[in-house]
Design a protein around this ligand. Structure first.
Ligand SMILES: [Zn+2]
Length: 139
């Protein structure tokens, strides 16, 4: 694709050429924003937590509905990595939702909202993040 030398904005009486140039600009804008589009952010503060690329399937699926011992139901999604989260508190293997994995609470690195849990087995780590607490993830 050759880049045109003409100015991007033309006068209205040259309508056809003008429209062609606008399309080109929109395409370039989408290309350059591709990385950001795949970012998944904290719903509370919009800090980037993970991305669509880190989605993974654990024990049969990406999404799981799990209840804790108090009966609170969580809808969580599984991610291989979540660099925007930090783990806090003690690791525990009590009441784990994933056989063979111990869990640790993870919070948003910016606003400290509880976003989910980090799960660790003897040879694997993943993050189970609470989907209603995230924005920009795709079904
Ligand atoms: Zn946050």
């Amino acid at each position: 694709m050759s880049r045109r030398a003409e100015p991007l904005l033309k006068q209205d009486d040259q309508g056809e050429t003008f429209e062609g140039d606008v399309e080109e600009i929109v395409e370039e804008a989408l290309d350059s924003g591709e990385d950001d589009e795949r970012a998944i952010v904290c719903a509370r503060c919009e800090h980037e937590v993970t991305s669509e690329d880190h989605k993974t399937s654990i024990q049969g699926g990406f999404e799981h509905s799990c209840a804790n011992p108090a009966g609170v139901l969580y809808r969580i999604g599984c991610f291989e990595e979540a660099p925007g989260c930090g783990a806090i508190g003690e690791e525990s293997s009590e009441f784990t939702w994933f056989e063979g994995y111990a869990w640790q609470v993870v919070i948003c690195r910016r606003c400290r909202e509880h976003l989910g849990w980090r799960y660790r087995s003897s040879n694997h780590v993943f993050f189970g993040l609470i989907l209603p607490k995230l924005d920009h993830w795709e079904e």
